[in-house]
Design a protein around this ligand. Structure first.
Ligand code: 2HA
Ligand code: ZN
Length: 278
């Protein structure tokens, strides 16, 4: 059996959680990540028949039966993941219509997966239907995106357009835009279901006055997605109180669409022949 602490999925997870902490996105026990593992790859590092204990999930998701996830632990600090991965992370396999999670590794102090496990698993299910290559759901509390939800309309088209206007590459990195949930109680199946519904049409979902969810095919892509949206929100928070005398126009965004071979979300940009709006 190979050393699991040297597995690429483990080193990448630790590297990513540490970078997120270093960016200030995951204060105290804030934030959580789940990474779907390939069964064959995980089998090189784990005895797949040895179940340490079984944890009830509190929801039913038959479509995820047999799927294996590396998940951050509840109450655990991202800051500490690099020092004690086996305490702060766990690997679980779902079964029994997703109602049971068999622990295969980790949570070694008796802990369990993140309180946002329902939102993660429901979002995995939603994103896999849109993109079978999706592997990552990531949640964190980046300051500027959060700040923006206090002063900007939560209308999804307007929120997205503002972010696209803040950096030239935004529309290229997230052409599907950003969906937005109003404030909701976190850690519940209800916010999980609402997040998954929003994940059907975008890889980024803002939780107002709380944080953001991102989805992607790997940790790098998902981190980069949140990083780009947060950079745009930072610029917005630097200029929101000042008169805006220049911006990126819809016409320019259409040029970006052509240059990078992407298509901005339907109806989010004015069509070229109808001129541009703000
Ligand atoms: O796990 O971020 O939303 C801590 C959180 C809950
Ligand atoms: Zn949170």
């Amino acid at each position: 059996m190979k050393d699991i602490l040297a597995a690429p999925f483990m080193t990448e997870m630790i590297r990513t959680a540490t970078a997120m902490y270093d960016h200030g996105w995951d204060e105290r026990n804030g934030g959580n990540i789940s990474l779907m593992l390939d069964e064959k790859e995980a089998g090189e590092y784990l005895d797949m028949h040895s179940v340490l204990r079984t944890i009830p999930t509190g929801f039913s998701m038959p479509e995820l039966d047999g799927k294996i996830f590396l998940v951050t632990g509840t109450g655990k600090y991202f800051r500490n993941i690099q020092y004690e991965p086996e305490v702060n992370l766990g690997i679980i396999r779902l079964r029994g219509c997703g109602q049971q999670a068999d622990l295969l590794w980790g949570y070694s102090d008796g802990g369990q997966f993140t309180s946002e496990f329902p939102a993660h698993m429901m979002s995995h299910s939603a994103r896999l239907k849109v993109n079978p290559a999706n592997r990552v759901i990531m949640h964190c509390h980046p300051a500027n995106l959060l700040a923006m939800t206090y002063v900007h309309t939560l209308d999804e088209r307007e929120f997205t357009r503002t972010l696209w206007q803040m950096c030239t590459e935004c529309v290229v990195v997230f052409p599907d835009g950003v969906n937005v949930l109003p404030w909701m109680l976190c850690g519940t199946n209800e916010i999980g279901e609402a997040t998954a519904e929003k994940m059907k049409t975008a890889r980024l979902v803002v939780w107002s006055q709380h944080g953001i969810y991102g989805a992607g095919k790997d940790l790098d892509e998902t981190f980069g997605l949140i990083e780009t949206a947060e950079k745009a929100a930072e610029i917005y928070m630097k200029i929101a109180h000042l008169p805006r005398i220049n911006t990126i126009t819809d016409e320019q965004m259409h040029l970006l669409e052509k240059r990078f071979g992407i298509k901005a979300r339907e109806g989010y940009l004015e069509e070229p022949d109808r001129g541009t709006d703000k």
